[in-house]
Design a protein. Structure first.
Length: 271
């Protein structure tokens, strides 16, 4: 058993939504650096083009940008059709990472529109895109080497945060359970479905929170630091490689231990 082969993703075809920045870019970088052909998608073509050019230059894999607003069902359908044209022999890995958040100062101020926006992108489109790409995933899927779906949830879908972001927390908890539902149904079709639940990482979504509360956040992490790009890339590479072929329906926190220490650290801080 060779570790290089066991954890290899060389030659795999990977789709990463929200792959132009933040956690999606961390994941896409990990796959490209390990020889995969990676399609990244998000709303902003300029951001995607820049990221794809930089990643392809890094190699040895390749990165291809396809702009898509996943809030739109029709545009999501167009993305799936385009991927079918570009990869008629199928894809190996789908990373459902695109997401949105919405915070307000109080529950009383939280608008109904936040639920529609956040749940559509964070939860509904995880199902939509997985559903649309099933034919491509099945083309590459075998019992010995399943195709993989990796959903990006959040520790806020496991714990209760002090922030007034109920739609986000609910959407990520839904992603975690949807992952298990899909895993049960798609496992017999040689497709594994797992979720990762990131803690704090340097990303656009976390930027404001880290700006105002970095010290408190770092202090709540038993490992004493914010997540690094290699932390997120590493768990996704593992799940996509032969090493992760028998994992199905798991939700893996990537948070330095925040979830298990959350209540302890809150109590200690109050003493």
């Amino acid at each position: 058993m060779d570790a290089q082969t066991l954890f290899s993703v060389e030659g795999k075809v990977v789709v990463v939504t929200g792959g132009g920045s933040g956690i999606g870019l961390m994941v896409a970088t990990g796959f490209v650096r390990n020889g995969a052909r990676v399609y990244i998608t998000s709303r902003k073509q300029q951001v995607l083009d820049r990221a794809a050019q930089e990643l392809t230059a890094l190699g040895p894999g390749k990165c291809i940008p396809i702009a898509c607003d996943l809030q739109s069902h029709e545009k999501t359908q167009a993305l799936a059709a385009r991927l079918a044209e570009l990869e008629p022999s199928g894809i190996d890995v789908l990373v459902n990472n695109s997401g949105a958040n919405w915070g307000e100062p109080s529950l009383e101020e939280y608008p109904d529109a936040a639920w529609t926006k956040v749940l559509t992108l964070n939860t509904q489109r995880v199902f939509t895109l997985t559903q649309l790409l099933l034919p491509l995933l099945e083309k590459r899927a075998t019992a010995a080497s399943p195709a993989r779906v990796i959903n990006v949830g959040s520790i806020d879908g496991i714990r209760v945060t002090d922030l007034i972001t109920p739609a986000y927390s609910a959407s990520k908890a839904a992603v975690h359970h949807l992952t298990k539902v899909l895993a049960a149904h798609l496992g017999p079709r040689n497709i594994t479905v797992n979720a990762v639940a990131p803690g704090p990482f340097e990303s656009h979504m976390m930027a404001h929170t880290l700006e105002i509360a970095r010290d408190a956040i770092v202090g709540s992490v038993p490992l004493g630091r914010i997540g690094k790009p290699t932390d997120m890339a590493g768990v996704c590479l593992f799940l996509a490689s032969s090493a992760g072929a028998y994992i199905n329906g798991a939700v893996i926190p990537v948070d330095g231990g925040i979830v298990i220490a959350n209540r302890f650290y809150q109590h200690a801080a109050s003493l």
